[in-house]
Design a protein around this ligand. Sequence first.
Ligand SMILES: Nc1ncnc2c1ncn2[C@@H]1O[C@H](COP(=O)(O)OP(=O)(O)OP(=O)(O)O)[C@@H](O)[C@H]1O
Ligand SMILES: Cc1ncc(COP(=O)(O)O)c(N)n1
Length: 265
Amino acid sequence: MEPTLTIAGSDSSGGAGIQADLKTFSAIGTYGMSVITAVTAQNTQGVFLVEELSSEIVKKQIEVIFNDIPPKAIKIGMVSSSQIIKEIVNTLKKYDYKYLVLDPVMISKSGYHLLQPEAKMNLIKYLIPMAYIVTPNTLEAEEITKVSIKNIEDMKIAGEKILSIGPKYVLMKGGHLEGDAVDVLIGRDIFKIYKERRLIKKNTHGTGCTLSSAITAYLALGYDIERAVELGKIYITQAIKNSFDIGNGVGPVNHFWNIDYEKVK
Ligand SMILES: Nc1ncnc2c1ncn2[C@@H]1O[C@H](COP(=O)(O)OP(=O)(O)OP(=O)(O)O)[C@@H](O)[C@H]1O
Ligand SMILES: Cc1ncc(COP(=O)(O)O)c(N)n1
């Protein structure tokens, strides 16, 4: 079983963050591990309080995992602050790894700042260049590049700007645009569009976390980047299609749409 690691924030409601990542890693058949950066008191209606962990415990979690179970692929989500970003960067530098998937989480769907605004520059300067692939949504890509994104052409311009910061690939997510759900994979020698029909579903809490951890799991299983994104897109589309109403707000996607429950009864 291939080990996968998420470095992210905890979502008490289980739909996004660490919880979404571990569910996704497991559903795709990898062994999920976690380094928690911050704890959010969150439900389907919003984020109510955030407490960041000390950089010391973040560092120690990474060290003990790498010293015992080196992950085949790593995903980074909510990093919260400049201090935590610097700790992650300095600690990861000590280890070998091939696949680092960076979901540059900034603001939750409900509008809460999960990354302190002054930490944005450090995420761009230190984390983006280390990534194998960065997966911004349109708002995050606009923050990073200052390019206004309305269509695929804008996604290409912004994506190429992000690529010039140093990652190997950029997946520009178009979930926030109108029309079909179109994502664009950009690399030095790749420009590939992944298109699915937009699903009219309210339960989309954690879609970005889920897609990036699905890509992480497929990379760990040995798929190349184009296929890992293709399989990740299928996984998130089905998870949205099979999402369910739980709580009173924007509910989660169904991470286990692919599990046959009859078999485990
Ligand atoms: N209504 C929808 N129907 C089909 N696919 C969707 C829909 N909404 C989002 N997606 C897809 O879900 C994935 C995540 O995209 P999105 O742009 O929502 O990410 P995100 O904003 O980072 O998510 P989050 O809000 O969880 O942080 C992308 O593949 C996107 O195309
Ligand atoms: C801990 C954590 N990480 C990431 C998200 C983003 O997910 P969303 O944009 O769907 O709220 C979140 N809400 N909470």
